[in-house]
Design a binder for this molecule. Structure first.
Ligand SMILES: [Fe+2]
Ligand SMILES: [Fe+2]
Length: 397
């Protein structure tokens, strides 16, 4: 799980995943590694680069450092030059780095991103969309989601600038499949929903990348250009006579709203199809929660809470099913527990969505929570519960 931090916050035991800068400015020959040597820290600080990325599932989190002075340091805590100890603390804050399911999810993420990049490039070159390739990829994504509903989604949250649109397409596809399953759709309908999600933003292939990836506020002209992507995508998809009508429909109308205030056609609620309503939810959720180099994504639980408060935007029944799909505290959400511990949700308990499994971010006494720092809030006798969600639940944030 990647996290953007200030370079000044780097300490031994963190798993470094690159600077938030071009690789030419990079002082290291490796881009990803466990920080074990004081020398590495000095080089990082001397680089003059303000921000970098760390993987908190493979090393220490900032939180553990902030608390170090006050907490009971575990016997495996890192000391200068103590490499094994640094690794041991990494294990406290995280699930195992050698998780084969996560490796599979990462491999699928890379594969899907490259196929999608090619699909967008072909669109720009005026080639008709290759439907069989899209269907095959949706099948792979669907199999992954049905096997492990959260694995792929959790590795799709971080999106670098040049891959955002591609990974967003893949993420919306995966969310659609998962939502379809919650709704009790047939296997084939789940895949249809996945195809809709995958192709919903294909019209962005025809919008300038500089506008699409602009970090700051868009001008009125730029926003007007971006708002053309549903129609551009629709015009592109209908060039393929084999393209299902439902996918073209979703592409054209995924920015419509139930209260008629959407675009491009300001459709009334009963004119918006179920696949389109589903896509609107998955699309906004992924856009809100995506981690970008220039902005931190919304906490997943906060995003669901906010979306539920927007009157007239989404279909309430489908939004409830979406919450049931991801959990009230989706994987990746920050929570504060009754005991005062802060943690990140790593798994749902389908029998009670208010009591997920939590990875504790730090502890004053590791023996309270077991050596791997994982708390199952469904465990009996009951030991803890959630009292706060979102970024504010983590005092280090
Ligand atoms: Fe869109
Ligand atoms: Fe989108």
């Amino acid at each position: 799980m990647l996290k953007k931090i200030n370079v000044a916050e780097l300490v031994l035991g963190m798993y470094f995943c690159g600077f938030d800068a071009g690789w030419l400015n990079h002082p290291f020959w490796k881009t990803r590694f466990l920080l074990k040597h004081e020398n590495d820290l000095e080089q990082a600080r001397a680089s003059g680069i303000a921000y970098c990325w760390i993987d908190i599932s493979r090393g220490r989190d900032v939180m553990a450092v902030v608390e170090d002075d006050r907490m009971t340091v575990p016997s495996g805590a890192p000391r200068d030059g103590d490499e094994d100890a640094a690794l041991a603390v990494g294990a406290i804050v995280a699930r195992t780095a050698d998780d084969p399911a996560q490796e599979q999810a990462i491999a699928l993420r890379e594969h899907a991103r490259e196929l999608t990049r090619s699909m967008f490039t072909a669109a720009r070159m005026g080639k008709v969309v290759a439907l069989p390739q899209c269907v095959d990829l949706v099948e792979e994504i669907a199999c992954s989601v049905l096997r492990d509903p959260t694995g792929l989604l959790s590795v799709l949250r971080l999106k670098l600038n040049d891959e955002y649109t591609y990974l967003h397409s893949v993420a919306v596809c995966a969310l659609m499949v998962a939502l379809g399953r919650t709704l009790g759709l047939s296997e084939s309908a789940c895949r249809e929903a996945g195809l809709c999600g995958y192709l919903h933003d294909v019209g962005k292939a025809f919008i300038d990348d500089d506008i699409l990836n602009k970090p700051g506020k868009l001008s009125d002209e730029e926003f007007a250009l971006i708002k053309r992507h549903p129609e551009l995508g629709y015009q592109y998809l209908i060039q393929n006579p084999d393209m299902p009508a439902y996918a073209c429909e979703v592409c054209l109308h995924h920015h419509e709203r139930l209260d008629g205030r959407g675009y491009p056609d300001a459709l009334a609620a009963d004119a918006i199809t179920q696949y389109t309503r589903m896509t609107a939810i998955c699309d906004v959720y992924d856009a809100l929660t995506s981690e970008r180099p220039y902005k931190q994504g919304w906490d997943p639980a906060d995003a669901l809470y906010q979306m539920a408060s927007w009157e007239g935007h989404f279909d309430r029944r489908l939004l409830l099913a979406f919450v049931k799909t991801l959990g009230i505290y989706p994987v990746g959400s920050l929570v504060r527990l009754e005991s005062g511990l802060a943690g990140r949700v790593i798994r749902q308990n389908p029998a009670d969505l208010t009591r997920p499994v939590v990875q504790v971010l730090h502890t004053r006494d590791e023996h309270d929570i077991g050596s791997n720092g994982v708390l199952d809030l469904m465990a009996w006798p009951r030991t803890d519960g959630i009292v706060q969600r979102g970024q504010d639940a983590n005092p280090a944030s």
